[in-house]
Design a protein around this ligand. Structure first.
Ligand code: SF4
Length: 264
């Protein structure tokens, strides 16, 4: 069987499928408040076309598929799509990136159909800031968190949180995020603000370098341990590393590295 390779000869075994360009949120780092000129329906892949393409890619060695958007859960009957993809390859590692708005209503059907993992975008845990960042009712953040808990109970694992860090918006909330992720067993991923906003307002001054959340993490985990007497520090470290260790990833598209701890 021939395998997919990139121009450096690396084997490619994962695929992202964007199901729609539409979204019910208007994140400041993504699109203007009034939305975008959406693609006409005839230019969006039908489920039959997606099955056809996925069959070809699976035949070429793809083992991981991520469904994205826009907001993928805006597509009707997405459980039918998931079920069809899993039928193509029952061992497929099928995941989704979502803003979480529809999660609480749809997650049970998604899991039954065969979804394995999710990434949920949550940029702030505080309603006023959430509202400023996604330009929607800030109280929705509680609905999204409930949806994530429902997803956890339904068996999705791991549940990852994508948090875009922006100076002056949410950059003083990082420690709160790390603690929350640890306590809820969600894997937090801080992402540097990238120049991908359709309105072209990206500005280097708003970028928070990934080392800031990394230093917060080190202070949180290492400093208390360093302050303990040696005979006590080791058991505490073992305990941190096993159950209570916050799992964190920091993606630095601007500074071109990533920092990871206990993160799959
Ligand atoms: S970042 Fe995601 S949730 Fe936010 S507007 Fe863009 S597609 Fe929607």
């Amino acid at each position: 069987m021939s395998r997919l390779k990139d121009t450096f000869g690396r084997t490619i075994d994962d695929l992202r499928i964007s199901l729609t360009d539409r979204c019910n949120f208007r994140c400041v780092y993504c699109m203007p408040a009034e939305g975008l000129p959406w693609l006409p329906k005839r230019e969006i892949l039908t489920y039959e076309e997606i099955f056809h393409l996925a069959r070809i890619f699976i035949g070429l060695g793809v083992r991981t598929v991520r469904l994205t958007g826009g907001e993928p859960l805006m597509r009707q009957d997405i459980d039918v799509l998931i079920d069809g993809l899993i039928r193509l390859d029952p061992g497929l590692d099928l995941s989704m990136t979502t803003n979480g708005f529809f999660l609480i209503d749809k997650v049970d059907r998604l899991v039954q159909a065969g979804l394995k993992r999710i990434n949920v975008s949550v940029d702030s845990l505080r309603p006023d800031r959430f509202e400023r960042m996604v330009r929607r009712d800030g109280q929705l953040v509680f609905k999204i968190i409930e949806g994530m808990r429902r997803a956890r109970a339904a068996g999705l694992a791991p549940i990852k949180v994508n948090c875009v860090v922006m100076r002056g918006y949410n950059d003083d909330e990082l420690l709160e995020f790390v603690r929350w992720g640890r306590d809820e067993n969600f894997q937090v991923r801080f992402i540097e603000y990238m120049p991908l906003d359709a309105q072209g307002e990206w500005d280097m001054q708003t970028v928070v370098p990934g080392r800031k959340p990394w230093h917060i993490f080190l202070r949180m985990v290492c400093f208390p341990v360093m302050c303990l007497p040696r005979w006590f520090a080791l058991p505490v470290q073992v305990c941190c590393l096993s159950r209570r260790f916050p799992r964190l990833k920091i993606t630095q598209p601007i500074h071109r590295t990533s920092l990871t701890t206990g993160y799959r």
